[in-house]
Ligand binder design. Sequence first.
Ligand SMILES: [Zn+2]
Ligand SMILES: [Zn+2]
Length: 759
Amino acid sequence: MEKQRRKIEIRGIVQGVGFRPTVYRFAKKHNLKGSVFNDSKGVTLDIEGHREDINSFLEELKKNPPPLSSIEKTLSKKLPLKKFREFKIIESKEQKEKTTLVSPDIATCKDCQKELLDTEDRRYLYPFINCTNCGPRFTITKELPYDRKNTTMKKFKMCEQCRSEYENPANRRFHAQPDACGDCGPRLELLDSKGKKIKGNPIDKTTEFLKEGKIVAVKGLGGFHLACNAKDIKAVKTLRKRKIRPYKPLALMAKDTSVISKFVHVSNKEKKLLISPRAPIILLKKKQDCILPANIAPNNNFLGFMLPYTPLHLLLFQKLEVLIMTSGNKRDEPIAFDNEEAVKRLCAIADYFLVHNRDIWIQADDSIARIADGKVLLLRRGRGYAPGPLRSPVKSKKKIIGFGAHKHNTFSISRGDEIFVSHYIGETDNLETIKAFERGIKHFINFFDIPPDIAVVDLHPEYEATKFGKKWAEKNKKPLIEVQHHHAHIASCLADNHLDEKVIGVAWDGTGYGADGKIWGGEFLIADLENYERKAHLQYIPLPGAEMAVKEPWRMGAVYLYKTFGKDFLKLNIEFTEKLDTKKWAVVEKMIDKGVNSPETSSIGRLFDAVASILGVKDFITYQGQAAIELEMIAKEIGGGFYEFDIQEENDIYVINPSGVIGSIIKDIKSKVNIDAISMKFHISLAEMIVKVSSLLRKETGIDKICLSGGVFQNMILRKETTKKLLKEKFEVYNHAKLPPNDGGIGAGQAAIAMKRLG
Ligand SMILES: [Zn+2]
Ligand SMILES: [Zn+2]
């Protein structure tokens, strides 16, 4: 039999995921000699053996790779024989270029779960059990390569037993960097709201307090959660009051999928995602007989559930069934992740703090996902996903940083064809978030060793991310590119779908700074990664009070009625006009007529607000998109059809005039049509607008590929109806999956545009 020696380079997520021990085991099994080692680009094998053995070894590795690894490329080269006598794992070499991908944080694996509850195991009930297949990664790693000394585990000296596991290639904990046990590893502590230690078993005490209705801040993988008993309506109420979060849905964690199934519908795909190593929060449809208090997610048909993903969570759930587990932050601030800082920031919310001394180096909020069209749609990309890169359809020699937008901020840094999308930063409108944003950027640049050559910012001069990006570019003497918000949305959708061509881009959201200085948000672009042309939009309408009009949907309701019926709308004799505060309206009317603080907008988000308010669904909101979400939630299928609207052509741009929609809605209200049905018909009308305008654009350009992006496409009815109608008209439809349709994808879109432009 022919003997061979081959050098095999494997690229992808292959470090910190137990790749080398797996290779070691398989190599032994297939009688191969040689070595395996990590290098700057991934894992390299230098193997010798019979050709058949090498092939069957490679086949087995391909078929059964370590569960968390992801092989992207394998390069194989024949070398002259060397007659190796054994197979060994060679220690990491110092690396010049840190091109390795680091794994995200991973939920506790089955083996560790078993050991955790095994009275015979030496890690029985140890809240920090982990192995090569699970545990913290990204959130504890200060820099690459991923070695213990570069993580926050550095301060814990391994005991002899842990060390022998760590050094044994056949062991599941071989080179598991956060490996520890009760003798040598991190420990739990329970503190009161003043930061004073409470005696007793922290887990038992915490369980007791939660059962009593107390609020406990629990330190997790990427930061603190605020936990309380989800079945206790009073506890939930208290949490909302203290967090100043009256309506925004709260996330839940339940013991297992059978508990979750008591409250919500869980499909096979949803179940698979729930129990996956990434363990995101998944939005699941409430059951009719769901007994959980309605104040967990008021006026919402969905509940966000996740499963316990750390040993600490698993221990808490030994005696509990379902908990609220919402991000440990004050309203709009980033998640707290440092013990002292958490006590300082959250002492007015939490009664107790369950903390430990394994530091979190960089925070990561829970990711939020849902299954849409049978596929995973990420709405928030955080723990479990960050900092996994997105493969861009274009490559660039330049390293680029996209600073992102204002809401749902994430930034992105690119190298070659990889776009590293940051963890979720949040709303950059308070000091804490801006600090987290700046710290995140510094960390990413250092972590991946990607000093950016070019900065990309949103066109909006007042976004904090824009201001910071401009300052950064100036300080580092790097060129700056400004990208229009909705172009970045479409670029993010192109990148998400690995497309590099011209498409019809439908970018619908609440707010984005337009090239004409107006507020865009109902846009049809002919766009590719390089450039865009605005071809159609929703008709401009004044936004009286600017930001105030966003917070008070009644203003948009009144503006649209005013625009449709003139001053006479006050005599419409519907509930909306009956309860309208005429004094307030008089002020607003003056603002519009005189053009005072009333910028013009083409935002679809504001049209949603208007309809929600006219139907009596919501006049004032307490979180972004609330009126639109509640309008979506009430929509129910009825007879079908849609409300008519006009499309006019002005200076080569199609302008959609929705007055017909508003007029017909009033007619329906007057004839006592149920608002559930009106809401559905409104959704269908919007889908129809997209089809009509897209058909006009196809006629003009011959393009039949469509990208749907922007926060409005988080609306599942709109996404479904639009996609269905477009497919029926033989369009090729591209929706988001790996990147959120909301502003969380903007940073990646900005980077993709610069990559294409600069080559
Ligand atoms: Zn494990
Ligand atoms: Zn130990």
